[in-house]
Design a protein around this ligand. Structure first.
Ligand SMILES: Nc1ncnc2c1ncn2[C@@H]1O[C@H](COP(=O)(O)OP(=O)(O)OP(=O)(O)O)[C@@H](O)[C@H]1O
Length: 278
C-alpha cells in the first residue's frame, strides 16, 4: 500500500515568547484530506502552533523547527504569501471588520473571487447573502463565525487552519458550524483546534494532543475518543457516557492563566452527540 503524503509536516517546532518556552519541539503531520484535530488543555499552545505555522508569532518571539506544506518549506515566508499560496486561516477571535458590512468583509478577503466563488460561499451560508448589507459588528457570534469561514472560502485553499470555531456558541449553532466544516473538509484538508469533543467525534479523522509544550499523543481520533482513560489522562475529561466534554483544565505546568469559566468553555449539553448533530 502506498504511503499517504501529508499536506503539512511540522517538525521540532519550538516557540519562545516573552521568556516562556511555549512549544518545545512539537512534531506532527496533517493528512492530505479530512480533518486533523489539535487538542489539549487550555494554554498548552494550540493557537501558538497555528500562528507559528502562519508566520504570525509576535515580534520578539523566537521560532525554531521546520514546517513544510507539500515539498515547500514555510519557514520565514511572510504570512500574506502563505495565504496567497493556499494556507487559509480562520482565527479564534474571528477578526471580522465590525464597522463594515458583510459584503464589504467578503470583498476585502477576496483574492481571486469572482461569482463562482461567491456562489459557493452563499450556497454554504445563505444567511450571508441575506445579510449582505448588515454591519458585521451587529451579527450574532454564530453569524460572525460563518462570515469568518465564508471569507476564507472565497479563495482557493490547499489547507485550512481553523481555531476553535465553536467557542462560545449555542448548541444549535455549534451543530451548524460542524455541518459546514464537514462539507468544507470534503474539498480541503483542515487542521482544526477544537475543544468540543462531540464536534471532534463528528469531524476528525486524526488527532494530535499537546501537553506541556510537546505532542503527548497522536493517532486516529476515534481511537483517542474510544479510550476513556486515555482521554481523561491527556485532556482531563471523560468521554464515554459523559454528558459534556469541557477541556478547560489548564495543563499542568502550563503558563495559562485562562479561566475555565470565562465564557470560552466548550458547549455542554445533556447529549454531546446531539450538540454535534448526530
Ligand atoms: N504573546 C504572548 N505573550 C505572552 N504569553 C503568550 C503569548 N501568546 C501566548 N502566550 C502564552 O502561551 C501559552 C499558550 O497559549 P495558546 O493561546 O497557544 O494556548 P491554547 O492551547 O490555544 O489555549 P486555549 O485553549 O486556552 O485557547 C499560554 O500560557 C499563553 O498565555
Amino acid at each position: 500500500m502506498s504511503e499517504v503524503v501529508p499536506i503539512l509536516a511540522v517538525a521540532e517546532l519550538s516557540v519562545r515568547i516573552a521568556g516562556l518556552h511555549i512549544l518545545q519541539g512539537v512534531s506532527f503531520t496533517v493528512a492530505p484530506s479530512g480533518v486533523t484535530v489539535l487538542l489539549g488543555r487550555n494554554g498548552v499552545g494550540k493557537t501558538t502552533t497555528l500562528r507559528a505555522i502562519l508566520g504570525l508569532t509576535p515580534r520578539g518571539g523566537e521560532v525554531r523547527g521546520t514546517v513544510r506544506m507539500g515539498d515547500r518549506s514555510l519557514a520565514g515566508e511572510p504570512t500574506h504569501r502563505l495565504v496567497r499560496d493556499g494556507l487559509g486561516y480562520v482565527p479564534e477571535d474571528r477578526c471580522v471588520f465590525a464597522g463594515l458590512t458583510v459584503t464589504e468583509n467578503l470583498r476585502l478577503a477576496e483574492r481571486r473571487g469572482g461569482s463562482p466563488a461567491y456562489d459557493r460561499v452563499f450556497e454554504l451560508f445563505p444567511e450571508l447573502k441575506r445579510r449582505g448589507r448588515q454591519r458585521a459588528g451587529s451579527l450574532s457570534g454564530g453569524q460572525q463565525q460563518m462570515l469568518a469561514i465564508g471569507r476564507v472560502l472565497l479563495n482557493d485553499n490547499r489547507l485550512l487552519l481553523v481555531d476553535e470555531p465553536t467557542k462560545g456558541l449555542a448548541p444549535k449553532v455549534v451543530t451548524e458550524v460542524a455541518e459546514v466544516l464537514e462539507r468544507v473538509a470534503v474539498a480541503v484538508p483542515v487542521l482544526l483546534v477544537e475543544q468540543n469533543l462531540a464536534v471532534v467525534r463528528r469531524l476528525a479523522s486524526d488527532a494530535v494532543v499537546l501537553a506541556a509544550g510537546r505532542v503527548a499523543w497522536s493517532g486516529a481520533a476515534d481511537e483517542l475518543l474510544r479510550e476513556a482513560e486515555l482521554t481523561r489522562s491527556l485532556l482531563g475529561v471523560g468521554v464515554a457516557g459523559e454528558s459534556h466534554v469541557p477541556l478547560s483544565t489548564p495543563a499542568p505546568g502550563s503558563a495559562a492563566l485562562s479561566s475555565p469559566t470565562d465564557g470560552s468553555v466548550p458547549v455542554s449539553s445533556s447529549s454531546d452527540a446531539e450538540v454535534a448533530g448526530r
